[in-house]
Design a protein around this ligand. Structure first.
Ligand SMILES: [Ca+2]
Length: 154
């Protein structure tokens, strides 16, 4: 009797915690997926959308630093959901078209002008950002909120 009550308590505790799906890493209030494949920036956005997510949009210094440090454990470069496609040198988040709230460009960046409209976490800059032509094929980071308890149960 008491054992089942304890089990029930733990089950409830686990169900109540929002979690990321397998293959996604949690930081603060977001789940992130670092892709194993490369694609153009536009394709990357489509792939993230297919997984009910978007290209990562770091809004705080902590979030930006997490993506930078985590990317260092991975191979290659990773697209973020940041571009200046609409207006040169106006760097905006893709999902709301608002100016970026945190700036992690390497001191030598951005340097691509109209030829480089998309932002990637750059390996040789130890994860600091670079502007690159959006047609290049790089890895990418998708972002979405943790699953709600109802979705985990099924
Ligand atoms: Ca550049």
């Amino acid at each position: 009797m008491s054992l089942s009550i304890v089990l029930l308590f733990f089950l409830n505790a686990c169900i109540c915690v929002k979690a990321c799906e397998v293959g996604w890493v949690q930081f603060k209030t977001n789940c992130y997926m670092f892709s194993q494949t490369t694609s153009t920036w536009g394709e990357a956005e489509s792939i993230c959308n297919a997984f009910h997510s978007k290209l990562a949009e770091p809004m705080t210094n902590e979030e930006a630093e997490f993506l930078i440090s985590h990317s260092q454990n991975q191979a290659g470069e990773f697209w973020l959901g940041i571009s200046d496609i609409i207006e040169e040198d106006r760097w905006i988040y893709s999902s709301n078209q608002q100016p970026i709230l945190v700036n992690k460009f390497h001191p030598s960046q951005p340097n691509g002008y109209t030829g480089s409209g998309c932002v990637a976490v750059w390996k040789s800059f130890h994860g600091l950002w670079a502007d690159e032509p959006c047609s290049r094929h790089y890895g990418f980071i998708c972002q979405k909120p943790p699953e709600s308890p109802g979705n985990i149960i099924g």
